[in-house]
Design a protein around this ligand. Structure first.
Ligand code: SF4
Ligand code: SF4
Length: 155
């Protein structure tokens, strides 16, 4: 992970609370739940109906907000987007993936996220903004030329 981000993830004191947005916006293979559809196990705005027995993928997942990126008011259900970093398996580039909720394609266009995208681009990373079936990539020319459908569909 990039050094400038590591400093921001030192504390893990946040809790999901009534946010369940990743249970909709991320793909959960165990329940055959495609991205953009609520997982069948989700009690929306309350939590997971099978908490404790939920898949490892869910247990391991921490969005950037949970890792202390952004302010309290930016919790995903309020900011209408879920963010995570991945290492693109094709070219090893650090990739910020931003999943925007239905009706909020521009949720990512807030100052702290735009600043993070700029910093990531300058550091040789890449950002993928995901809204429904649409994918928008942001990055330097060098990292953009490696992009194909596989990277865009990751996560
Ligand atoms: S999007 Fe983040 S804060 Fe919301 S439920 Fe998922 S991990 Fe928790
Ligand atoms: S199994 Fe539970 S934690 Fe995992 S996506 Fe479904 S509702 Fe969310």
């Amino acid at each position: 992970m990039l050094a400038w981000l590591v400093r921001e993830v030192a504390s893990e004191e946040r809790e999901c609370g009534s946010c369940t947005l990743c249970c909709k916006l991320l793909h959960i293979p165990e329940f055959d739940a495609p991205a953009g559809i609520w997982c069948s196990q989700c009690d929306v705005k309350k939590g997971c109906k099978i908490h404790g027995n939920h898949p490892k993928q869910c247990k391991d997942f921490k969005c950037l907000w949970l890792l202390d990126v952004g302010l309290d008011i930016h919790r995903p259900d309020k900011s209408k987007m879920v963010m995570k970093f991945v290492k693109a398996h094709q070219d090893g580039v650090t990739q910020l993936q931003i999943y925007c909720n239905d009706g909020y394609p521009d949720a990512w266009k807030i100052p702290y996220v735009k600043a993070m995208i700029d910093k990531l681009t300058d550091s040789g990373g890449r950002t993928i903004i995901i809204y429904g079936d649409k994918r928008t990539a942001i990055g330097s020319r060098k990292v953009m030329k490696e992009i194909d459908g596989r990277i865009l569909n990751e996560g």
